[in-house]
Design a protein around this ligand. Structure first.
Ligand code: FMN
Length: 177
């Protein structure tokens, strides 16, 4: 699958077969995540890989909207390490890039995945921090549930020329200069 195909056919998958994910595949997802761009190359991401069935099933008890994670064989908690940041505020974008890379790498490997939001919802940040025993400087950012898909979601075309201005906002929509 080439990159554009992967981007344009990726969908959120929320229903999974119980089959486990190979360790090699998990490492590929993590490698993709760590290959994301980051401001001044700080790479502030950290990851908690969850494959333990009991842990996965307990996650919905500590996150308000994570019921689907109980049915996944794998979840990756993308975290941001704020302890030694040289630039303020960019860690969220850095971690977003890492999370998106996981989604795309999963899709390219014929796995299904969905981003379950954590940061900045204070209650979920606090309870997941406690649940995973994160150090104070490491914030849980996004939880990615991953597995072999048990549902098929067709690609959708979300392109909208009306969302684009060319060269200047007052140049009208959908037309190049
Ligand atoms: C920051 C963020 C938070 C999200 N949180 C959730 C969530 O908590 N639960 C969920 O089922 N999907 C969640 N999603 C997935 C979106 O619902 C999904 O990407 C969107 O509906 C578009 O569908 P698609 O991914 O199939 O294109 C989240 C996505 C992002 C980027």
């Amino acid at each position: 699958m080439n990159t554009i195909d992967a981007i344009l056919t990726r969908r959120s998958i929320r229903s999974f077969k119980p089959d486990p994910i190979d360790r090699e595949q998990i490492l590929t997802l993590l490698r993709a995540a760590m290959h994301a761009p980051s401001a001044i190359d700080e790479q502030p991401w950290r990851f908690v890989v969850v494959t333990d069935r009991e842990k996965l099933q307990a996650i919905p008890t500590v996150h308000t909207h994570a019921g689907l994670v109980a049915g996944a064989p794998l979840a990756i908690l993308v975290c941001g390490d704020l302890s030694r940041l040289k630039v303020d505020g960019y860690w969220v974008q850095d971690c977003s890039c890492a999370a998106q890379n996981i989604l795309l790498a999963a899709h390219a490997a014929d796995l299904g995945a969905v981003w379950v939001g954590v940061y900045p919802t204070t209650a979920n940040v606090a309870s997941l921090s406690r649940f995973f025993k994160l150090p104070e400087t490491v914030l849980p950012f996004a939880l990615i549930a991953i597995g072999h898909p048990a549902e098929k979601c067709e690609p959708k075309d979300t392109f909208d020329a009306g969302l684009v201005r060319w060269d200047s906002w007052d140049n009208g929509s959908g037309q190049s200069s």
